[in-house]
Design a protein around this ligand. Structure first.
Ligand SMILES: Nc1ncnc2c1ncn2[C@@H]1O[C@H](COP(=O)(O)OP(=O)(O)OP(=O)(O)O)[C@@H](O)[C@H]1O
Length: 511
């Protein structure tokens, strides 16, 4: 430690001793001088201690760049010990390669404060270097004080900050992307027009157009899967509330004991186990918008009374709450039950039935709007072909079979069957009538009246001939064997194949 200021102390001491020797002083004066020398010593070591307490590195040179002092922090930051530099000129140290560059020469040259960024060659610590000149009364540089501030951590923090800022930006971007996707899906859902060109569907569409804009309560009835939710969405999408919320509640899917809390919410501390802050109900969520109460026939009696009050007073009270909350909600309800029958059986409140049934829309079952079937089937073929990257095709007879089926599950069932057909379809794209028949559980050879009307006997026979020859050829692999099975000449098979457009490529290859 002593080394660090040894040279400057030594010079100072030597000059003092010389002075004592030159001036023949008596012992008392000598003692006095020695006393003051000791005082200076102690002050110097005090200064040294103070320097060692500093957190920043301190490097002091004289006006010629000769290193006089470095503190402990300097060694900590740069990894350079005091004895490696004290007493040496900065130029010397640069030549030795202890430093790659230094600010001291620059400070001496311009006599001004110099700031620079540096990096220790020993331990790669990054630092901010400030060089300050100490000038004498003539303006000459007496000392240069260099302060080294370690900034590795600071730079690391800056890097970390940049990384987290980037992450935050990515999250923000994702949020925007997701919001756009949700909006896109919402629009897609809303724009998903009802498909159907039958007279019955056209009638339903006309009703929707008539009442969508009026704030009337609508009861939508129809068999399961017939499109009640589709109709409800169409009403909402074409109403003045289309920018407000659209809440769908399936009254049959929520257990009866939870339905009340779901619909009306509950107040703070309403019951043990409830969220202490209370819970907003679906009616409140639907404020300024539309609520669809699906499967309304499954609503428990006690809730029916509460719903009636909501409709009459246009306000709700949360469970356990005292304050009624005013609401502006359009109510649409849907059911596949006959509500009138339920009223007769005492399972549905008559007053509520009339309140809900202000405007009824009934959707006929799919089997009674046969004209819609091909259009819907083509639509679902497109949807699932693109979903599964397939090219499934249904021929005229196939459509005939679809029209023949009774569709107890209505459009949902048609949609499911089409999805399964696309999944099992071969690469060639053709869906065989056997496959279709197996899925519908009907005999494929059965020809519907509609097919008869549309195709005529000749085409029906050709069709059956083609399908049969194709199937037998696929089974036995040669025209010769197929001829045996079908009990006709081989040449007839070849001729028919040519006429009906049946490829015999595989067989040629076998020969
Ligand atoms: N006219 C239509 N055009 C296109 N798709 C339709 C049509 N009607 C119904 N669908 C489709 O059929 C499926 C069943 O329709 P939806 O859910 O509206 O029936 P639902 O009567 O509400 O059924 P549930 O009685 O089970 O509640 C849905 O996937 C829907 O998109």
């Amino acid at each position: 430690m002593k080394d660090r200021i040894e040279s400057s102390e030594a010079i100072f001491l030597q000059s003092l001793i010389k002075k004592i020797e030159k001036s023949n002083l008596d012992t008392a004066s000598s003692r006095e001088i020695i006393n003051s020398l000791q005082k200076v010593f102690s002050e110097l070591s005090d200064l040294r201690d103070i320097g060692d307490y500093l957190y920043d590195g301190l490097y002091i040179t004289d006006g010629n760049g000769k290193t006089l002092y470095v503190n402990k922090a300097y060694t900590r930051i740069t990894g350079i010990r005091a004895d490696e530099v004290v007493g040496k000129y900065v130029d010397e140290l640069l030549a030795e390669g202890v430093y790659l560059n230094a600010v001291t020469p620059e400070v001496i040259k311009c006599k001004k404060q110099v700031n620079a960024m540096g990096e220790s060659l020993k331990n790669r610590t990054k630092m901010l270097i400030t060089g300050i000149p100490v000038l004498d009364e003539k303006g000459k540089v007496k000392k240069v004080v260099i302060i080294d501030r370690e900034i590795t951590e600071l730079l690391q923090m800056k890097d970390d900050l940049e990384v987290s800022q980037k992450k935050m930006k990515a999250v923000e971007k994702d949020k925007v992307k997701n919001a756009l996707e949700v909006e896109h899906l919402r629009k897609q859902q809303l724009n998903k027009n009802m498909i159907g060109n039958s007279l019955e569907t056209q009638k339903v569409m006309k009703l929707i157009r008539q009442i969508a804009g009026l704030d009337v309560t609508v009861l939508i009835t129809g068999e399961t899967g017939s499109g009640k939710e589709v109709v409800s969405t169409e009403i909402y999408a074409n109403s003045s509330r289309k920018d407000g919320p659209y809440i769908k509640v399936n009254c049959a899917a929520i257990p009866a004991n939870l339905l009340e809390a779901e619909l009306f919410g509950y107040a703070k501390g309403a019951f043990t186990g409830a969220i202490s802050s209370g819970k907003i109900g679906l009616f409140e969520l639907a404020d300024k918008g539309t609520i669809l109460l699906d499967e309304i026939g499954d609503m428990p009696m006690e809730l029916q009374s509460k719903l009636l009050r909501v409709i009459q007073h246009k306000e709700i009270t949360r469970i356990g709450g005292t304050k009624p909350i005013k609401l502006d909600v359009r109510i649409l309800s849907a059911t596949n039950c006959n509500l009138k029958d339920l009223v007769k059986q005492g399972r549905f409140r008559e007053d509520l039935y009339y309140r809900l049934n202000v405007f009824p829309i009934h959707i006929p079952p799919l089997r009674s709007r046969i004209e819609d079937i091909e259009l819907l089937a083509r639509h679902f073929l497109d949807v699932y072909n693109s979903k599964y990257a397939k090219n499934a095709i249904i021929d005229k007879m196939g459509f005939g079979m679809l029209q023949q089926y009774s569709w107890p599950g209505n459009i949902r069932e048609l949609q499911n069957i089409l999805e399964r057909l696309v999944i099992i379809s071969e690469q060639s794209g053709n869906i065989s009538n056997e496959q279709l028949g197996a899925l519908l559980n009907i005999n494929p050879s059965y020809v519907s009246d509609l097919v008869v009307e549309e195709m005529g006997l000749k085409e029906i026979v050709s069709n059956i001939e083609k399908k049969t020859i194709e199937r037998v050829l696929a089974q036995c692999g040669s025209t010769r064997k197929a001829a045996q099975i079908l009990k006709i000449d081989q040449s007839t098979i070849v001729k028919k194949a040519k006429r009906l457009g049946i490829g015999l490529k595989d067989e040629k290859m076998h020969h």
